[in-house]
Design a protein around this ligand. Sequence first.
Ligand SMILES: Cc1ncc(COP(=O)(O)O)c(C=O)c1O
Length: 400
Amino acid sequence: MDYVYAAFRGEASPGRRSARMPELRAFAAATKRIARLLHCGIMTAEPQEMRVSRGYNFSAGPAALPDEVLRQAQAELLEWDGARASVMEISHRGKDFIALAEESERDLRDLLAIPANYKVLFLQGGATQHFAQIPMNIARRDQSADYVRTGDWSEKAVKEAQPLVNVRIVADSSATNYDRIPPRDSWDLDPNAAYLHYTPNETIRGVEFHEIPDTGNVPLVADMSSTILSRPLDVSRFGLIYAGAQKNIGASGLVVLIVRDDLLARCPKDLPKIFNYAEQAAQGSMLNTPNTYGWYLSALVFKWLKKQGGLAAMAERNRAKAELLYGYIDASGYYKNPVEKSARSWMNWTTRRASSVSSGVSTKRRAAPASRSHHRRLPLRSRLFSITALAAARMLPVER
Ligand SMILES: Cc1ncc(COP(=O)(O)O)c(C=O)c1O
């Protein structure tokens, strides 16, 4: 048997049976390959599908990911793309991860048609951290910045910016409980403002801008956490776009930031490097170890979105979901949606009881096929981010 062991160890053949060594070496290599595949679960003696019970996710917090993406992530968990390790376990500076990072950026650029004079960053800290980082990077302390306050998220953005820049609130719908978007011609804009910040989709209230506001030469900054990738977008109208990933992109802990080159030139040299967008851009978002698994998941979602037909197809799907749900709410007699019709969000909406008659809809979280949870400050609220299927929207009204 010595010559068999030698073949498996890849050593020279001992003795007279050396004529069979090439054959044995091929056999040994094939056996090792099969053992590796078995080890990483691509081939397995056990049944592949574990029994799972995935409800529809209409909840606050992170949104649903496509089953197809989760299955691919599951299949690649132990070994990613021939790397002999999970994507979480390999060097972010190695050529395999760099290739993933570059491809994900190309895919995002394709999806959003991002012009060449914009950088794309994959950062950490959640959108909340960037409420503060944005004024640090693109405004001087003696400057003012204009903010549009249309809901809870823009309110938080205002509070985080206030210690760092002179915040001017140029439009505000708090007096009507954030149920509308103040008309653009009523905004009190400062032509010398460092930037104008707004929140195109106010996740909690379900208020969405369906037009990009014109701010002249003042750079437009948008918190797109819950609207990015839900429809085509003219990126060239913006100075800076940022989005936490957990709604329409992937998993929490990752922020995608798209910034025009002239704004990067404003980043102060004395800012700690880790907060400095220009430094991050120069280092390919790898000043320190990035959120590699979050980045990988977003790369899978970008591919999935392209396969669905891109953002034009997503827009059709999202419009259909919204029409279905608002149609139901308006016709129900039980519910009403408090938001002005022109500002109703495609992504999330709140409902209030229009009458004292019981709707029959349970307010408890339910098991499959549909799960829905309620925001702590609002009575009944549902969200259907881009990735959530139309089938889920059909489930929601009939739930009893
Ligand atoms: C519009 C908007 N901005 C900001 C945030 C905060 O994001 P993060 O939790 O990633 O800081 C959220 C979270 O839901 C959001 O919907």
